[in-house]
Design a binder for this molecule. Structure first.
Ligand code: TXA
Ligand code: MG
Length: 315
């Protein structure tokens, strides 16, 4: 049975209930279809990574439907607000300093101190976000490493059995993903070319937009960025026992853990807790390090291991 529904008001209301309750909804945007979840529900966000089969936790784009909401969520200045007023709603995504410290957002932000935001132009996406009452994080609604979907049918072919509902809002007008710029520093850096031309941004800003070519000083790829966010304490992974002074984060049946990512060994639950637990462990007084149980190398375990290997990396 197909779970594609026409995007009429009754179905958008149903979809908003699914989002509020931690489910996944594929929604049309003007660029490509997105696989949406409540940004503040880490378990739902973990479900996105599981559904897409992503081998790493990339930061996700939070979709909002009101420019006035932005300053409560991200640090803004005149330049950011001017960009938002000129290009939103539309296919421009901005990476901004994160303001909302709610740990529930950690997975959506992949543990970074930035938040990535866009206000889509599609009326169905806007109505779904407004009725859900939360920002909706949404990567493109396709399996990792495959082509982004521009119709509801594409979503069904790629992820049909993994989403609670696919809202059919017709074919996406833009058809390529949004342009992503990093606006956290003095220079503006292009992270992904997309629906808004760089020339258009430069003309509006009266300033050159830098193109990132993988220079380690520039935040060109999420992989590089993730290395920057590691706990202050040394992290020992694949730990079977606790050494003196260590805060122990367990997985599965580990009797001596201080915190347990998932006592029942559920990788989705573990992913949802990972960043918040690392943060918590890092803040506890009286410990000299953090140790973590081995995480199985399958399903979301790949993404968890990718992340903790980076966090444990010693230069
Ligand atoms: O048009 C779009 O942007 C679509 C629709 C659904 O809105 N979304 C989309 O999301 O393309 P996604 O997750 O498939 O692609 C976003 C890309 C990812 O490669 C992610 O790693 C990168 O943007 N990204 C997000 N935040 C970032 C950040 N803070 N620094 C570097 N890269 C970031
Ligand atoms: Mg994508």
């Amino acid at each position: 049975m197909s779970n594609i529904y026409p995007a009429d008001t009754a179905n958008i209301i149903k979809a908003a209930e699914i989002i509020k309750n931690g489910g996944l909804v594929a929604m049309p945007t003007e660029t490509v279809y997105g696989l949406g979840a409540n940004a503040y529900n880490a378990k739902a966000v973990a479900g996105i990574f599981a559904a897409k089969g992503r081998p790493a936790f990339n930061p996700l784009i939070s979709h909002i439907a009101d420019i006035d909401f932005l300053p409560t969520y991200a640090r803004t200045d005149d330049r950011v607000m001017a960009l938002a007023r000129r290009f939103w709603p539309g296919p421009l995504t901005m990476v901004l300093p994160r303001l909302d410290e709610n740990p529930a957002l950690d997975l959506a932000c992949a543990g970074l101190k930035t938040i990535t935001v866009r206000f889509p132009a599609h009326p169905v996406a806007q109505e779904l976000i407004r009725r859900s009452g939360v920002p909706i994080v949404a990567p493109s609604a396709n399996k990792s490493q495959t082509i982004s979907p521009t119709t509801a049918e594409h979503v069904r072919e790629s992820l049909g059995d993994k989403v609670d509902m696919i809202l059919d809002g017709g074919r996406c007008k833009v058809g390529v993903e949004s342009t992503i710029i990093d606006v956290t520093g003095k220079d503006i850096v292009l992270l992904r070319a997309g629906g808004i031309a760089v020339e258009e941004l430069e003309e509006f800003l009266n300033q050159k937009v830098l193109i990132s070519h993988g220079n380690p000083e520039l935040p060109s790829s999420p992989g590089q960025l993730l290395k920057h966010y590691a706990p202050a304490h040394p992290l020992r992974i694949n730990a079977e026992d606790r050494k003196d002074g260590e805060f122990f984060i367990g997985f599965g049946n580990v009797s001596f853990s201080d915190l347990n990512l998932s006592p029942k060994g559920d990788l989705c639950e573990a992913a949802a807790n990972l960043f918040a637990y690392l943060r918590f462990a890092d803040r506890q007084p009286g410990y000299s390090g953090i140790a973590m149980s081995p995480i199985p190398e399958n399903g979301l375990g790949l993404a968890i291991n990718d992340r903790i290997r980076r966090a444990a990396y010693k230069a």
